[in-house]
Design a protein around this ligand. Structure first.
Ligand SMILES: Cc1cc2nc3c(=O)[nH]c(=O)nc-3n(C[C@H](O)[C@H](O)[C@H](O)COP(=O)(O)OP(=O)(O)OC[C@H]3O[C@@H](n4cnc5c(N)ncnc54)[C@H](O)[C@@H]3O)c2cc1C
Length: 303
């Protein structure tokens, strides 16, 4: 693996290249060791070339968005991380369709939809992910999910850029084809419906008030750590197992919402990951339910 050769190839591309970059700066857990190379592309071509070059050099490579669903180990991430962020975040609206580059924040899309009196994205107004990450994760809340409004996406798959329709996304609960196959969402379009701006804004305000009441938003976290097990709630199972407040280092199971693990200030990535495993194990011992992680761990999950 020749990181220096990859770095000099990326230096010439549209975007920003950071070396040995602490992932704590790029994740909402505010924890995790350094990525060897972190590239923030500013164009579709730069994203595509960076991924292709890494593959040619046989260097491990992963894509991320806002880092709001990632727990990064303390040892960091080897190889290249391509982060779709502010430099790749154009949002356009045509009629009832909103199209966003992968780095655009979901909160911004929801706001843009409201301003255009379009309904369908209210649920996303409190999800701190990106359009690309949200599309790949099929982010959702309050009975809504992105697959409900997904129209099409431009996706980098097997070195080619393809237009992908809803049926090809193979959507499920927090599941999609890009997540499964390691494809990169470059742009995503969402088809909304005309609505009443005031009603849309009221709904968003109400959802965000409920979030503030129930979720420990005052601490760094990655939202719900586990997927909802069928017929149950991860938070309820964790609470019933008596795990609220359980801590490893600076990572703690939130007392406000047991489904959240929070960074109380100085949690390392390894503290967080160890606590996730401990909670899974203890919930299994208590209830026989094996929780499935929603949070993704570089080096463990194929990203
Ligand atoms: C306070 C808080 C509340 C939250 N509430 C919710 C909620 O209500 N509902 C919900 O669903 N989630 C919630 N989340 C989790 C998170 O915001 C979502 O999972 C979001 O979709 C992740 O997007 P991201 O851009 O941050 O992705 P990242 O965390 O950067 O990455 C997550 C996964 O997506 C992949 N990915 C990222 N970008 C791309 C891309 N362009 N192409 C292909 N794959 C990509 C990554 O490889 C990784 O596997 C919450 C998180 C926090 C911190």
């Amino acid at each position: 693996m020749d990181l220096d050769r990859l770095a000099s190839a990326l230096d010439g591309l549209e975007g920003t290249l950071l070396r040995n970059e602490p992932m704590a700066k790029h994740t909402t857990f505010c924890a995790g060791g350094p990525a060897d190379l972190l590239f923030l592309p500013a164009s579709e071509e730069a994203a595509a070339i960076s991924l292709r070059t890494a593959r040619e050099e046989d260097i491990p490579c992963m894509v991320m968005g806002a880092g709001s669903n990632l727990a990064v180990p303390s040892a960091g991430i080897r190889g290249l991380v391509i982060a779709m962020a502010d430099g790749f975040s154009r949002v356009e609206q045509r009629g009832t369709v909103i199209t966003a580059q992968a780095g655009a924040k979901l909160t911004r899309l929801a706001r843009r939809a409201a301003e255009a009196s379009l309904t369908g994205l209210e649920f996303a107004s409190g999800i701190p992910g990106s359009a690309g990450g949200g599309t790949a994760m099929n982010a959702g809340a309050y009975e809504g999910q992105l697959s409900d409004v997904f129209e099409r996406a431009r996706v980098l798959i097997d070195g080619r850029i393809e237009d992908i329709t809803l049926s090809e996304m193979d959507y499920g609960y927090r599941h999609s084809m890009p997540l499964e196959k390691g494809a990169v969402v470059l742009t995503a379009s969402f088809r909304l419906r005309p609505g009443d701006r005031e009603a849309i804004e009221d709904t968003m305000r109400d959802m965000n008030r409920r979030r503030r009441e129930k979720q420990p938003l005052e601490y760094p976290s990655a939202g719900s750590v586990f997927k909802r097990p069928s017929g149950n709630y991860a938070g309820a199972l964790i609470e019933q197992a008596g795990l609220k407040g359980l801590s490893i280092g600076g990572a703690r199971v939130s007392e406000k919402h047991a489904g959240f693990i929070i960074n109380t200030g100085n949690a390392s990535g390894d503290d967080i990951i160890a606590l996730i495993e401990l909670v899974r194990q203890k919930v299994y011992e208590h209830s026989g339910v094996l929780l499935e992680r929603e949070v993704r761990i570089p080096g463990v999950d194929a990203l």
